[in-house]
Design a protein around this ligand. Sequence first.
Ligand code: ATP
Ligand code: MG
Length: 268
Amino acid sequence: MGKVIAIANQKGGVGKTTTAINLAASLAVMEKKTLLIDADPQANTTSGMDFDPDSTSARTLYEALIGQRLFSEVILDTEIKDLKIVPSHINLVGAEIEMLNIENRECVLKKALSEVVDQYDYIIIDCSPSLGLITINALTAANSVIIPVQCEFFSLEGLGKLLNTIRLVQNKLNPGLQIEGFLFTMFDGRRRLDNQVAEEVRQHFGELVFKTIIQRNVRLSEAPSHGKPVILYDALSTGTNNYLNLAREVIKKNTPHTEQPETQTANE
Ligand SMILES: Nc1ncnc2c1ncn2[C@@H]1O[C@H](COP(=O)(O)OP(=O)(O)OP(=O)(O)O)[C@@H](O)[C@H]1O
Ligand SMILES: [Mg+2]
């Protein structure tokens, strides 16, 4: 059964989409069957993966959520063998209103995903910078959430609001929802502020902070305009390396100890 991970933070521009695309691509390159879902009407993940939101022949998350298509019909192939995508479209904004009259409207995505969850190792959901109905659907469908944190002065304030929402979802809709980890993004080790904020977040959240840090890397910001995850744009870049490390850390966290290969010493 696939692990569903939402990438969420209601603060804009903190690296959610960059993380969703590049974590998903890294997992797929490591031969994990991965589904990347764009749950943001801005459709940045969609265009960053070289899909034109206007020419996906009405096969986007929107149609699946409002019941016009089966979920399996909106899953499209990508350039990477083990990576599939569910694109988004600006009309996803309307879904929030159209879903208002649906029974259990917070659980629509969870129900749709149940059709396909067995076919994947990881399902990564890119959320929009809002805590509206679509994001609540993502958090209800998810097993865990990755919270990208840009090391800026106001970062911690915003985290409080997000954690309240997560608690609310845990109490009312999805008791099993866990925090996969806080992830530092666009980190610049030369800046004192970055180090101070990172230190503060680590003090607050300890083990919940990923060991992997995503450094500021221009290749990561260039790759989407070429419609590629960074690993296909510049395989040797720092960004590629950072997101491969994140994928390794996620896989390690989610592999039961008994399944990990034993250290090969005795017989060699
Ligand atoms: N590690 C990085 N190094 C350099 N640039 C980055 C990095 N991560 C993200 N960026 C750039 O920062 C900008 C915001 O990143 P991104 O779109 O991933 O954030 P977001 O949280 O998804 O934004 P939104 O809230 O609007 O959905 C983009 O231009 C992206 O290319
Ligand atoms: Mg985004």
